[in-house]
Each structure stands twice: as structure tokens, then as C-alpha cells.
Ligand binder design. Structure first.
Ligand code: ADP
Ligand code: MG
Length: 373
């Protein structure tokens, strides 16, 4: 999606990824031999150096990258690495990220580091209570890396499930809604934010995103945007950031985590906003004027197309059905294999009212691969 957006502005993109025909490489064909894509891992230092030698600005779409190499190449890339390696390093270790946010005065729930032992988990539960959210500090996504301890008997099971990785524990947040805001940070540190969305997760994976936020209290959206903007101001470097938050029954907003990149909760911006998160990411890192993040439709939602099994046919069938729904725009990612829970694409739905949106969404939910509950 970033590559598609870049092509509209005549911005050449060189992609580093494993495989010759991975999704982003399908979107942009190199315009000259020196712009050829690179086949390799974003954790491979040699390949990152090669990418750095070819580009004017280097950006990432995943935070689990080799930051040491990014730091090394930062001064060699004319327009630098964005967001900054400092930001990526802070965010990629969730415990370090939480420490940074707490030290910067952002509203995060209580948390502490725990060793991977039953005794340490018991003492964390004594301090933070049950249920206890145990999280892997690194390499976590889509809930893979989290374990909810409801009973202390689960301590050993949790350590095993999280693969003996370095852990930390968070106090349980009894939220009423999960919300998110995309924030754009310019090279000079100016921030602008997109509307507040509600994210609905199923089995820890983002399932639906609704915008604008439906709430009786209009101050909630303003407060959430200000929490998100203030958090991104504490980081360094340009780009878009996805800020995930928890909304409590009394209207309090807690910060959950920040993604230093375009985010699933911002996919809707392609069809529903004046400027998409992808275009604004490019504008930010290239020092171009930022675009308006305003909504241009009264109501929108995004539905992830998740694999139900290894069957690609189910995905194709659902995508075909989605073409019959007014206001729906279908995005398929061109991934080679389908797996249960894998993000294979998404649909953005726009409507003139929340009621119309619900009417349009219902048949899509009914036809989802694997059924809907
Ligand atoms: P991921 O990297 O998988 O997105 P998160 O830390 O965002 O990891 O956790 C995934 C989901 O787990 C969240 O979207 C939320 O539903 C739930 N969650 C995370 N932290 C807490 C918490 N402290 N209390 C209650 N639920 C939580
Ligand atoms: Mg998350």
C-alpha cells in the first residue's frame, strides 16, 4: 500500500524482503536496473547495507528489524532513516517502550519486568493482581507474545507458551473499548492526527475498525487524540505512528502501545480520509507538505480478510462477493499462501451514515471465510 501510494507521486521504491515476488514487489516494477528490489531478510545486516546504499531515505514497515545496522547506515543515507533508529529501538522492546512512555508522563497502566520463573510471576501477581497480562518483550504481534494469567497455576504454562523469551507483566486494564489514532510526525517534529477509531479484536487479531468513534461524550475523542499526539512527540524521526489505546467506562484513556509505521487501524484512511496514512508517511519522511487527515465520509469501517484455513479459494470467493456490496473497496495483498489467522487482505466500507454502514457490513460479515460469530 505504501508502494502503491508512492507510485502515484513518481517516488521510486526499492523493497528489501525475502522472495522475488512478495506483495510490495508486485506493486512496483523498478524503473531502472539500479532500483532493482533486494531479495533478503530485514534482519540481514548485509542486505540492509545494500538497501541503504541505493536510497535517499530509508524507512521500515516492521519494527522487528536489526537496529544496530540502521544506526550504522543512518549518516550514510542522504535523508536519513525514518522513523529514527532510536525510536525503533525503544519501541521494539515493549518493556523499554513502556518505561519510555511512563517516564515521559504518558498514561500507561502499571507494569514491571519479570524473570521467566514461576516465583517471579507469583510476585508480579502479588503486586499487580489477577488477571495478569504477561507479555514477551520482543518480537510480539497479533497477540502472539501475550499470555493472560487468571490463576497462578498457569505460571509454568505461560513461561512455556511464551518460549522462555524475556518477559514483563502488565496490570490488567478492564477497558470498555479499544481505540486507536494514527499520528503523523514531520521531520521537524510537528504532529497531526487522524480521527479516533474503535478497533475490535477477535482472538487477539484486529477484526474490524470503525470510524468516527461512536460515543456520547465528544471530549473522549479529543482526549484520545491528545494522548496519542503527546506520545508521538516524545519519539524521534518522521513518519506515521499507530497509537493503540484503551478506553475505560469513566472516559479515562490508557496508552497500550505504539507502532512506528503504517498500521492496520489506519488502512481505512485510503478511502475515507483526504490523505491516506501511506501518503502521509511518504510526505513526512521526504519533507513534503503533510496532507489533511480529515475524514471525507460520514461513516466508514475496515474489515480484515483473515485466512480461515490454507484454502485460497475461500478468500477469492469472499473477495468476489464483496464486489457486490456498495461502498466496499477490496484490497487483496498478493500473498502466496493462505493460513488460518493470516491477514490476506482487507475491505474498506464507506457510507453516508452509521445505519447505512451497518446495513452494508452485515452481508460481508455473513460471508466471511470460516463464518462469523
Ligand atoms: P500485540 O503486539 O499483539 O498487538 P498488545 O500488547 O497490543 O500486543 O496486546 C494485544 C491485545 O491484548 C490488545 O489489543 C488488548 O486486547 C489485549 N491487552 C493488551 N494489554 C492488555 C492489558 N494490560 N489489559 C487487558 N488487555 C490487554
Ligand atoms: Mg497491539
Amino acid at each position: 500500500m505504501l508502494a502503491a501510494s508512492a507510485s502515484l507521486l513518481n517516488i521510486d521504491v526499492v523493497v528489501l524482503d525475502v522472495g522475488e515476488h512478495t506483495p510490495a514487489k508486485q506493486v512496483v516494477a523498478p524503473r531502472a536496473p539500479h532500483l532493482a528490489h533486494i531479495d533478503g531478510s530485514f534482519a540481514d545486516s548485509v542486505k540492509i547495507r545494500k538497501l541503504a546504499s541505493k536510497v535517499d531515505v530509508l524507512t521500515v514497515e516492521i519494527e522487528h528489524v536489526d537496529v544496530t545496522v540502521l544506526e550504522e547506515v543512518e549518516s550514510k543515507v542522504p535523508l536519513g532513516v525514518h522513523p529514527s533508529p532510536f525510536t525503533i529501538k525503544t519501541i521494539q522492546d515493549k518493556y523499554v517502550q513502556k518505561q519510555h512512555l511512563r517516564a515521559s508522563g504518558c498514561p500507561v497502566s502499571d507494569f514491571l519486568q519479570v524473570e521467566s520463573t514461576v516465583a517471579a510471576i507469583h510476585s508480579a501477581a502479588e503486586r499487580l493482581g489477577l488477571p495478569l497480562m504477561l507479555k514477551s518483550r520482543t518480537l510480539a504481534y497479533d497477540g502472539r507474545g501475550n499470555f493472560v494469567i487468571r490463576d497462578l497455576k498457569q505460571a509454568q504454562e505461560a513461561i512455556t507458551a511464551l518460549g522462555n523469551r524475556p518477559l514483563y507483566a502488565e496490570k490488567w486494564v478492564p477497558f470498555v473499548k479499544e481505540i486507536a489514532v494514527m499520528v503523523v510526525r514531520s521531520r521537524s517534529g510537528e504532529v497531526i492526527s487522524y480521527p479516533v477509531v474503535e478497533t475490535v479484536h477477535k482472538e487477539n487479531i484486529c477484526h474490524l475498525v470503525f470510524v468516527p468513534l461512536r460515543s456520547r461524550d465528544p471530549t473522549i475523542a479529543a482526549r484520545a487524540r491528545s494522548v496519542a499526539e503527546n506520545a508521538v512527540k516524545t519519539l524521534q524521526g518522521a513518519g506515521v505512528f499507530g497509537v493503540e489505546m484503551f478506553l475505560m467506562a469513566d472516559g479515562t484513556v490508557y496508552l497500550n502501545e505504539i507502532a512506528p509505521r503504517p498500521h492496520n487501524s489506519g488502512h481505512y484512511t485510503i478511502e475515507a480520509c483526504e490523505t491516506s496514512q501511506y501518503e502521509n508517511h511518504l510526505r513526512a519522511i521526504l519533507d513534503l507538505p503533510l496532507g489533511s487527515p480529515a475524514l471525507k465520509v460520514p461513516s466508514a469501517c475496515m474489515l480484515n480478510i483473515l485466512g480461515a484455513s490454507s484454502s485460497m479459494d475461500e478468500i477469492k470467493e469472499f473477495a468476489r462477493f464483496s464486489l457486490t456490496v456498495p461502498g466496499a473497496r477490496t484490497h487483496l495483498y498478493g500473498k502466496a499462501d493462505c493460513r488460518k489467522g493470516r491477514k490476506m487482505g482487507h475491505i474498506t466500507l464507506v457510507a453516508n451514515s452509521d445505519a447505512e454502514l451497518s446495513t452494508r457490513l452485515r452481508p460481508l460479515l455473513e460471508h466471511l471465510p470460516g463464518g462469523h460469530d
